[in-house]
Design a protein around this ligand. Structure first.
Ligand SMILES: *Cc1c(COP(=O)(O)O)cnc(C)c1O
Length: 355
């Protein structure tokens, strides 16, 4: 069976050797040596001034909304994973959907201003499939209207835009280190901000508000990454180069063998991370028939992202024709470190024959 992704598992003895350190220390959470070491390594690798490791990639979104004191309406994208929207509603904010660009698949920055009302407080957009939003244009709009910017950068581990980590754009960025993502800690994630002041706030928010054992700086929640998660991250980390190179190989092979399908257009200036391989069919009927052919051969791509989030039962259902149309036609093909060439070619053949 070939799934859309397969978790990279480091050699077990390497993971155990790192875990042993937690055993000897008798310390398996509360920001032990492993979490601190992982944060230092990632800060260096990603070239970012601040990072806070978290227990998943969803709590950081909630914490970002809290830390920026957001309420009212938040402009967001309908084309993302459900967490982008559900977090807003969970935090008592109203998601206001702005349609996406048909090629980049990120929020259409030219349509943002029309959606701003006196109740708008922020923009929460997703760098979908690791493809950056129009970050510079969005920043201009946000400044003009005094709005905060959060980027759901769950897909973006290692992505740079104009030679800068994508995590440095916006007020706060979040990432996911879930087992299905390019870099992972089983479950996990991170918060990023260039502002030291905001970073302090994010830090106490992610740890109950603690400022030392007996003093509380403010309200908080528990979003700490455990030592067990950090051990997985430290064991996976040395393989990032291999993971990215092998994924790149798969992407090149798809590109060269699937000629008649629409593909993601990367924004110029992007150093990408080969996180997903979305293809666009002509219509949903075609997608479903190809999906069926693939399933019959044991290949299980995923409809990332379907449905369009403006159609969620708790969303306003305001039409977003481009996002709705794309989500009916998009399929993410299997892409992972040890997907071999023969299997990629087999997948291409099934698709090409079915078209
Ligand atoms: C994976 C993902 C999340 C959630 O991350 P978790 O680590 O699973 O909590 C949020 N947003 C997007 C766009 C994602 O793909």
């Amino acid at each position: 069976m070939i799934n859309v992704t397969k978790t990279f598992l480091p050699p077990q003895e390497e993971y155990n050797a790192i875990l042993k350190r937690a055993w000897y220390a008798g310390w398996i959470t509360n920001r032990g040596a492993l979490v601190v070491e992982l944060e230092e390594k990632l800060k260096d690798y990603l070239k970012v001034p601040n990072i806070i490791a978290t227990t998943n990639g969803t709590l950081p979104l909630q914490i970002a909304i809290k830390a920026l004191g957001l309420s009212g309406e938040i402009i967001t994208t309908p084309f993302s994973y459900v967490a982008t929207t559900s977090t807003l509603v969970w935090e008592g904010c109203i998601p206001v959907f702005v349609d996406i660009h048909p090629k980049y698949l990120t929020i259409d920055e030219t349509k943002i201003e029309a959606a701003i009302t006196p109740k708008t407080t922020a923009i929460l957009a997703t760098h979908v499939f690791g493809n950056p939003c129009a970050v510079e244009e969005i920043e201009i709009i946000a400044k003009k209207h005094n709005l905060k910017i959060i980027y759901d950068a769950a897909h973006c581990f290692g992505v740079t835009y104009k030679k800068k980590s994508i995590f440095e754009y916006g007020d706060i960025s979040t990432c996911s280190f879930h087992a299905t993502k390019v870099f992972h800690t089983g479950e996990g994630g991170a918060l990023f901000t260039d502002s030291d002041e905001l970073n302090d706030k994010l830090f106490y928010h992610h740890n109950f508000g603690h400022y030392g054992p007996e003093v509380f700086q403010g309200i908080g929640i528990n979003a700490k990454m455990s030592e067990l998660q950090a051990a997985m991250g430290l064991a996976v980390f040395p393989y990032m180069k291999t993971i990215l190179e092998t994924r790149k190989g798969v992407v090149e092979l798809y590109k060269n063998n699937l000629k008649s399908l629409g593909v993601l257009k990367l924004r110029k200036g992007t150093q990408w991370n080969y996180s997903y391989y979305p293809v666009l069919f002509d219509n949903e009927t075609q997608l479903l028939s190809i999906q069926k052919l693939l399933n019959k051969e044991g290949v299980f791509p995923r409809r990332y992202f379907y449905p369009s989030l403006n159609l969620l039962p708790y969303a306003d259902k305001k039409p977003c024709p481009i996002s709705e149309n794309i989500s009916l036609r998009v399929l993410c093909l299997p892409l992972f470190h040890d997907l071999d060439d023969n299997n990629v070619l087999k997948i291409c053949n099934i698709i090409n024959r079915g078209l």
